[in-house]
Design a protein around this ligand. Structure first.
Ligand code: NAD
Length: 486
């Protein structure tokens, strides 16, 4: 074989894509293989093959393997966190936070799996009924770039514990750390039980149309989910969809604007991970009676907490946006709001101007004076900007909240009793009182969205059972058939 031909062949077999560092896009963090449609099909076949024996294993065996995987992840935490921070752009403390949430959930899933999947037996007047939670089969897990490890392990742990096999496709915008964690988990499980493929929509389509895939667990944008629902309809796949949100925070008249801890909390709830979190507070409504003072205190708190810089610098609280596409989406919304007459206030301090200029950085902004239907208010910005609007009465806010096509999370801030009463009227999967975003997350309870924010739930016992088929076995007491003539 000629040298040129062998080089061409090796390029074909070993095609790799480079992942850039968002703080310095000319720096390559690592390479990941491009999976072809055929290779994705092979990964699904491997998962389908492994399922035949994996589903026979006992829950105790699976829990032991998962616990070993958890220990290995914990031992490799520093290495994983550094990789995540470099490929994603989130500061180190934030990357540690992601591992913390991931492990908390994996531990919970191990502790909860037995009772969540325990079969139920009911003796009754007609005999006996057994309800079992059977594995579904091959799960296609498709995750986004913003929390690549947490939103992959949220699927991997319960899917495997429930006896399924899995093919994971992380996002090409943050594939390395998620693949690393999947690889660590895979090292504790039999071959074929957990498989990783890489790519974007092309590979996604193979995962969502292949007849051997019986469940799709997807986290990502609502528009992508529409394609997935169509693709999966050909083989009627089970689906859990965790989608976009436009989560509102409401500050009632009873909220104390002088509470510095609370002001710090809302700022973090707007700008953690540079605002790139599905459940971050993306629009803020403040009762008109406290609005002016609130804005003043908010700016003070934001300028104290927001320090934009190198994710590896322990002073940094906000890193760059993960990718250029998302940076442009956010910039577009802010520019549009300006054109419509909104006032845009930059927040925080830039610690390293040179780095800021070279990376996908965006200075966080506060947007004031928007109309309630301004795109920056009604669309998901998914980045470091937030509009604050006044409202006159709770009815008006509840209407504005519930007219959204989304309903992922919301938060109500103020005296507890009044806040809970407003919370009960909001159409959202989770409502937090006097906190918001991941600070208010509780993995012991189901998480998911109303309306176009999703279908189904992750986390909690529900987030384990969602990876099962409910199988009812009826055992009648007698062979008599009372209504049917002899
Ligand atoms: P995205 O929809 O662009 O991509 C998500 C994943 O889907 C990626 O792995 C991508 O490669 C894959 N994909 C793209 N097209 C596909 C197709 N046609 N078929 C199958 N897979 C396909 O989302 P993103 O930009 O990575 O993430 C941001 C979005 O995710 C935001 O809307 C955010 O709110 C949402 N999100 C929701 C939650 C939640 O729990 N509800 C959590 C995090 C992020």
């Amino acid at each position: 074989m000629s040298k040129v031909l062998s080089l061409l062949l090796s390029c074909f077999i070993e095609t790799q894509l480079a992942k850039e560092n968002p703080t310095n896009p000319t720096e390559i963090v690592g390479y990941f293989p491009v999976t072809t449609k055929e290779q994705a099909g092979e990964a699904i076949e491997a998962a389908a093959g492994a399922f035949k024996t994996w589903k026979q294993t006992s829950i105790d065996e699976r829990i032991i393997m998962m616990r070993k995987a958890i220990e290995k992840i914990r031992a490799a935490e520093n290495e994983i966190v550094h990789l995540l921070s470099r490929e994603h752009g989130k500061p180190l403390y934030d990357a540690h936070g992601e591992i913390y949430v991931s492990l908390m959930w994996m531990e919970f899933a191990c502790n909860e799996a037995k009772s969540a999947l325990q079969e139920e037996i009911k003796e009754h007047e007609n005999g006996k009924t057994i309800l079992t939670y059977d594995p579904i089969g091959v799960v296609a897990a498709i995750s986004p770039w913003n929390y690549p490890i947490a939103l992959s392990t949220i699927k991997i742990a319960p899917a495997l514990l429930a006896g399924n096999t899995i093919v994971l496709k992380p996002s090409p915008y943050a594939p390395l750390a998620a693949a690393k964690v999947a690889e660590i988990i895979a090292s504790e499980f039999p071959a074929g039980v957990i498989n990783v493929v890489h790519g974007d929509a092309d590979v996604g389509v193979e995962l969502t149309t292949n007849p051997h895939v019986t469940k799709i667990a997807f986290t990502g944008g609502t528009e992508t989910a529409k394609h997935i629902i169509k693709a999966a309809s050909q083989t009627i796949k089970d689906m859990t969809l965790e989608l976009g949100g436009n989560d509102a925070a409401i500050f009632l008249e009873s909220f104390d604007v002088h509470d510095e801890r609370a002001m710090r909390r809302i700022v973090i709830s707007n700008f953690l991970t540079a605002g790139q979190i599905c459940m971050i507070a993306k629009r803020v409504y403040v009762h008109r009676s406290i609005y002016d003072e609130f804005v003043e205190k908010y700016i003070e708190a934001a300028n104290r907490w927001i320090r934009i810089g190198d994710p590896f610098d322990s002073n940094t609280t906000v890193g760059p946006v993960n990718n250029l596409k998302q940076k442009n989406v956010v910039l577009g919304l802010v520019e549009d709001a300006k054109k419509r007459g909104a006032k845009v206030i930059p927040l925080g301090q830039i610690l390293d101007q040179k780095l800021f200029d070279q990376g996908y950085y965006l200075q966080p902004t506060l947007v004031l004076g928007c109309d309630v239907h301004n795109p920056i208010v009604v669309e998901e910005q998914f980045g470091p900007t937030v509009p604050i609007l006044p409202f006159d009465d709770e009815e008006q806010f509840i209407h504005l909240h519930n007219e959204s096509i989304y309903g992922l999370t919301s938060s109500v801030w103020g005296k507890e009793e009044g806040a809970i009463s407003v919370a009960r009227q909001l159409e959202a999967g989770t409502t937090m009182i006097n906190t918001a975003a991941v600070q208010g997350l509780d993995v012991r309870f189901p998480f998911g969205g109303f309306k176009q924010s999703g279908i189904g739930r992750e986390y909690g016992a529900e987030g384990i059972r969602t990876y099962t088929e409910k199988h009812v076995i009826n055992v009648p007491k007698t062979l008599d058939l009372p209504y049917i003539p002899e």
